[in-house]
Design a protein around this ligand. Structure first.
Ligand code: ZN
Length: 399
């Protein structure tokens, strides 16, 4: 059995030896037998997308062509879209530690009934129900069927849920209106920064334990919270460091699409070798506060999650093969939205510039349920904000 340091060495050699994107970064140099991670460049999603080089290992091209790799699309808070591939066996290994800790800390195993929400561009169904899992499309957040969905979840009686904090908050409103079911034991937060007041509210309304899980589709779980409130780095699955203030991750498991010194949009600090009261000793991640203003403001004083508008871009990308590389949505007034888009540079770019304004305007009117003014602007780049260092996908200018 290799230790984590040896696995890291193996992954660096594999990435720089077999992945066109990393090979180009080496500029023709031969891959050394022993590499030091500090000598390798830090990369991010933007430079991967812009390089135009394949992120797939040449050793997995056969499985890729044979459609034997699992596939997903991710956007993240920077708004750049990316396709992620995993070999099934690697993905199982990648998730093993998380399952062990769920069991140890919270008594949760794959045997318990689970409810979670999935991005609506991966399937047209509103619900996908298997024996122990109810998966709900995030389309219910904006298509008016959230109340029906709550009843569906309540009837399903999940023992645990994996929720983005913003979705958990919507479920709290519904739980207060329609009541809760009695065998919910645990809620796992993921996908967004968790604000403490929101967490307290969810715990009070649902009367269950909660924990924070931080991860990405590219590498799966990066850190997981123990009952003492510490986010333990999943060191069997990732090698974690910081680049400036940003979190920078290397997957120890994804050989089909390796991520080495991959800088994420999130900011955080790592404390090394901490002995925690939960019994684990190792690295602990403290994430910095992110966005709390992901909500579209409505004229009647209400709010709607910005996902309603982000979804328009996701479904266009699903239909038109990832033509939008990066985007930003600005609410200039209650009925006035600006979409800034960076398009993939290819043969269909000009054609897409004709089609997109209409598609987006129609999408906005549908989602907002009224006639809105939509201004679509094509950009070369979308730069991060100075204050946060992030490219926020959505912001509202209504005070
Ligand atoms: Zn702990």
């Amino acid at each position: 059995m290799l230790n984590n340091h040896q696995i890291l060495q193996k992954m660096m050699r594999h990435a720089y030896g077999t992945v066109p994107f990393y090979q180009h970064l080496m500029d023709g140099d031969v891959v050394a037998e022993s590499m030091e991670i500090d000598d390798l460049p830090i990369v991010d999603k933007e430079c991967m997308v812009k390089s135009g080089d394949s992120m797939l290992s040449s050793r997995y091209i056969g499985k890729y062509i044979g459609k034997q790799l699992s596939w997903t699309r991710t956007s993240g808070s920077s708004g750049i879209l990316h396709e992620i591939y995993w070999d099934d066996e690697d993905e199982r290994k990648s998730l093993k530690s998380l399952w062990l800790l769920r069991k140890k800390y919270y008594g949760i195993s794959p045997r318990q009934k689970l409810c979670y929400f999935f991005p609506s561009d991966i399937a047209v169904e509103k619900y996908m129900e298997k024996e122990r899992v109810l998966a709900v499309s995030r389309s219910v957040l904006y298509d008016g069927s959230m109340e029906e969905t709550y009843q569906k979840i309540k009837q399903f009686h999940p023992e645990w849920m994996i929720l983005q904090p913003s979705i958990a908050l919507l479920l709290c409103h519904l739980a207060e209106k329609y009541g809760i079911w009695n065998n919910l034991r645990y809620i796992e937060f993921t996908g967004e920064y968790l604000e403490l007041p929101l967490r307290h509210r969810v715990e009070a309304v649902f009367g269950c334990r909660t924990a924070n899980q931080y991860g990405t589709k590219e590498v799966n779980s990066i850190a997981y919270e123990c009952p003492e409130g510490n986010m333990h780095v999943m060191s069997d699955n990732v090698y974690l460091e910081t680049a400036g203030e940003n979190v920078c991750v290397t997957s120890l498991r994804n050989y089909a699409m390796p991520f080495v010194r991959y800088q994420l949009d999130d900011r955080g600090k790592i404390s090394r070798g901490v002995a925690c009261a939960c019994g684990r000793c190792g690295d602990i991640l403290t994430l910095s506060a992110g966005r709390s203003d992901d909500f579209i403001k409505l004229a009647d004083g209400g709010v709607m999650h910005a996902y309603a508008l982000m979804q328009i871009v996701h479904s266009i990308n699903y239909q038109y093969d990832g033509c939008i590389m990066q985007y930003q949505i600005i609410q200039a007034d209650y009925d006035y939205f600006v979409f800034k888009l960076v398009l993939a540079e290819d043969d269909s770019e000009e054609e897409m510039k004709d089609i997109l304004p209409q598609l987006i305007a129609r999408g906005v009117d549908e989602r907002m349920n009224e006639d809105c003014v939509t201004d679509v602007q094509f950009e070369e780049d979308i730069f991060p904000e100075e204050r946060t260092g992030k490219c926020r996908i959505f912001r509202t200018e209504i005070a």
